[in-house]
Design a protein around this ligand. Sequence first.
Ligand SMILES: [Zn+2]
Length: 284
Amino acid sequence: MKKIAIVFGVIILLLIASVAGFYGVYVAPFLAKMKHIETVQYDKQLTLVIGGGGNSGILVSDSLVLVIDTKMDDAALQLSKTVKDLAGKKPIIVVNTHVHSDHTGGNKYFAGQTIIAGGNYDKAFWTKDAGADAPPTIWLKDSMVLNVGDETVTILNLPYAAHTQSDIVVYLHNRKMLFGGDVILNKQSPALFARYKADANGYLNAFDLVEKRFDISKVVPGHGPVGGIEVIDNYRTFFKDIEAAVADPAKEKAILQKYNDYGQIPFLMSPGATLRYIRNSAVK
Ligand SMILES: [Zn+2]
């Protein structure tokens, strides 16, 4: 009996050690990298705040300030200070591209302002996931157009699930710039989870939709550096390649190898995890 207890204890210790090792080797460096924040004055009215959670944009006019995504942790506080300095007494409109806490973590600093999010979330689900502080005040079902100074902004709730059940993209017409939220990442594996109804076909449909609907020359991805239209095209190729590997396992090794340099957390958010998610979705 005592022997069994010792063996059991050793197994538990090994499990704890491997979880701690996994966290130390993969998760902690990923999170540390995610915390890094860079503020770019794109032009007189537009500031991009890259990293610190999801990438953000701040568009300032004489009458209002538009903020796209509110980040997480320290970066969220830092972003809110930057926004409040720029806004003074002007009203602030916040857009959350989706529910995830690395894009909504700073909502609490914008209580009392307008907060727009996708209309396909169940409100209780949102509160449970993103917290009850400063929930959205507008649940956008389709799209809306805002005039921010001389910029025309289209805020579009995707008509189907992609990264989550209700993803928003934001397009600045004069700047030909698209904020893709986590539907468009630059060289980073997607986080696909059934809890959020993630759907690879939704991503592919979204790439086609935004390219057809908008004339895009700059892309601000949810994570990773700002780029041109190639950011979308590369991500389409990523999904198509992974789908090809699902259809033909002989291709799997080479295709996963091709995306080895993509930002990832093994097993959770990686090319391999994407492949397994798409394969399991196809089985259902
Ligand atoms: Zn996300």
